[in-house]
Ligand binder design. Structure first.
Ligand SMILES: N[C@@H](CCC(=O)N[C@@H](CS)C(=O)NCC(=O)O)C(=O)O
Length: 205
């Protein structure tokens, strides 16, 4: 299979972490969905990354669907538990990680606009509030546990870990560790996993 992504894309990184965890052989191809000669729209009409191309040539998107597919395909324990209650809880964590990341992407993209073209301060405040409230809920729900859900490593940990790492990468001035000590420890532990260290963001693409 092939994954279209880019080093600066947090959602592509989430998928790359899962590919590594599940030990799935694949080709990783750096591409932007919106470039004029992009190969992505042939597999994803929304022209977004990540886009996965299965061995039979069919495209798969978005990251939520891709990670569920990979979880069923690859090796090792399920990252999305089969038990219904646990599964929904893990997927709620995923939605939280994705939502925090979306707000972070929004702010990061807007900062790249010339100052006189940027959205008003209230828009930035709304995005920041999503991040702050999201982190507060993650901190509360993690509590003193070593893992986010089910007492073991799941997609919930990946969701928290990739969201926090992208926050550090995209908005380095956003200080979240002092108010979220449990998340800070979780982020430190996760960064040491091979799946995280081999997929770290190096540059914006
Ligand atoms: N919900 C999607 C978000 C994907 C996404 O927004 N990707 C960005 C790059 S990080 C993209 O391709 N943007 C180009 C566009 O929106 O046209 C997912 O989880 O895969």
């Amino acid at each position: 299979m092939k994954l279209y992504g880019s080093p600066g894309s947090p959602f592509a990184r989430k998928v790359r972490i899962v590919l590594a965890e599940k030990n799935i052989p694949h080709d990783y191809i750096i591409a932007r969905g919106s470039a004029p000669d992009s190969p992505v729209p042939a597999f994803n009409p929304l022209a977004k990354i990540p886009t996965l191309v299965r061995d039979d040539g069919r495209g798969l998107y978005d990251s939520v669907v891709i990670v569920e597919y990979l979880d069923a395909m690859g090796e090792g324990p399920r990252l999305i538990p089969e038990n219904f209650e646990e599964r929904i809880e893990v997927k709620r964590w995923e939605a939280l990680g994705d939502g925090i990341t979306e707000a972070t992407v929004n702010i990061n993209h807007e900062y790249r606009e010339p100052a006189d073209k940027q959205r008003p301060a209230e828009w930035f405040a709304r995005q920041q509030l999503k991040i702050e409230r999201g982190l507060a809920v993650m901190e509360r729900d993690l509590g003193s546990g070593a893992f986010c859900c089910s007492g073991r490593y799941t997609l919930a940990d990946i969701a928290a870990g990739y969201a926090l790492a992208y926050l550090d990468f995209a908005l380095p001035a956003f200080t979240w560790r002092p108010a979220h000590p449990a998340l800070a420890k979780l982020a430190e532990r996760l960064a040491q996993r091979a799946s995280f260290s081999t997929t770290a963001h190096f540059k914006v693409a």
